[in-house]
Design a protein around this ligand. Structure first.
Ligand SMILES: Cc1ncc(COP(=O)(O)O)c(C=O)c1O
Length: 381
């Protein structure tokens, strides 16, 4: 049987990983500045994470949500402690799209309304509502098309006010990434998030903070939305949550009430996924990784700005992007194949850096050295 060919892949077979490095089947070492698409938060195969999963596996890996699963509560308590949102409620699922799907649905259950505001260049996942709120028509199937989603320009306060003025009674939720990832590392302005908060309050709408990529410490705060010093009603989480073990979740403000049967999933919150997620939080806490992400990020941003040719260097913490001008268009390929460094991209010309939050200063310097060399090389040709 053939695999369904949907991924444009690099011809590299990764067979081993540790910390911020991966190795291919020939034993070649690569520096991972991509974090397997922002997923690797505490570093590949962290020994504590491995041990905790192994230990859980020998006890119980899975039972359905029809019984008490104490490790779910342990996880909820720990997320509450680290995020500072301990009065919120946790619902567990398996991926980012699923987290957003549940958030949008829950908002609609909560206020009985249907319309969603989303923003240009947003990415919220590939399930039906999540993809309908994603600004990429090429991945929206005819069956997912809906008039319920209104797209507005990102960071445009006038457009946001006008939209609420016109449709306020119908708007169920506003879904927004604190830092757009797939959209090319575009930071939501603090004042924009504050306005979303206010307009949602004034119009009984739900503020959904998509923190699937920018959350879980990556930005130098637990949620990048925290920079605006307002609380969202729902935070969606996934990528960094399990360090590669599939898990997603949503944090739900106390005024949104649960009802039996309202949401549900077979695999969400299983013992093994919770063990992986707890291990991640334990390491984030023990190794002070949110602060480290902030410091390393500031250092990286500062140094990147000094490299001639890179344009619009931007980001927060370890979620960084820069534009690549036409004469450097082969930079990403060169970094991968000549210098053995994985980076991310955003179309048409952005390089995205999403390394593990545990990347060392030495590894950051290693990256900066090869990047400067690669740019110099391309500048010379
Ligand atoms: C901001 C954001 N939301 C949602 C998703 C979807 O997550 P998943 O691929 O786990 O469904 C992604 C994935 O890239 C994302 O970046």
């Amino acid at each position: 049987m053939k695999l369904f060919d949907v991924y444009p892949i690099n011809d590299i077979t990764v067979t081993k990983a540790l910390g911020s490095y991966v190795w291919d089947k020939e034993g070649v070492q690569y520096l991972d500045m991509y974090g397997g698409h922002a997923v690797i938060s505490i570093g590949h195969c962290h020994p504590h994470w491995v041990k905790r999963i192994e230990r859980q596996m020998t006890q119980i890996a899975f039972y359905s949500n029809s019984v008490v699963i104490p490790i779910q509560q342990q996880l909820a308590t720990k997320i509450g402690e680290l995020s500072g949102k301990d009065d919120y409620q946790l619902f567990l699922c398996n991926s980012g799209a699923e987290a957003n799907e549940n958030a949008l649905k829950l908002a609609s259950f909560h206020n009985g309304k249907k319309k969603v505001i989303a923003f240009n260049k947003s990415f919220h996942g590939r399930t039906s509502l999540a993809v309908a709120a994603t600004d990429n028509p090429s991945i929206v199937a005819p069956i997912n098309e809906t008039d319920n989603v209104i797209f507005l320009p990102f960071n445009d306060e006038v457009a946001l006010r006008q939209c609420f003025k016109k449709y306020g009674d119908e708007i169920s939720s506003v879904i927004v990434e604190g830092i757009q990832g797939v959209g090319g590392i575009r930071i939501a302005e603090n004042s924009f998030l504050q306005l979303i908060r206010k307009l949602c309050d004034d119009n009984n709408a739900v503020y959904i903070a998509d923190s699937v990529q920018c959350g879980y410490g990556r930005s130098g705060k637990f949620f990048s939305h925290d920079y605006a010093e307002v609380n969202a009603d729902i935070y969606t989480m996934a990528k960094g949550m399990g360090n590669g073990f599939p898990i997603g979740g949503i944090l739900i403000a106390p005024h949104i009430h649960a009802k039996h049967g309202m949401l549900g999933t077979t695999f969400g919150g299983n013992h093994l996924a919770c063990a992986a997620a707890l291990a991640v939080l334990e390491i984030i806490e023990e190794e002070n990784l949110i602060e480290i992400a902030k410091q390393r990020g500031m250092y990286l941003l500062h140094k990147l700005k000094a490299i001639e040719g890179l344009e619009n260097v931007r980001g927060r913490g370890l979620m960084i992007g820069f534009d690549v001008p036409e004469h450097l268009k082969d930079l990403r390929k060169k970094l991968l194949h000549q210098y053995n460094v994985f980076t991310g991209e955003a179309k048409p010309n952005v390089i995205r850096l999403l390394p593990s939050l545990a990347i060392s200063r030495k590894q950051v310097d290693e990256f900066l050295d090869v990047l400067s060399e690669a740019v110099k090389d391309l500048n010379a040709n």
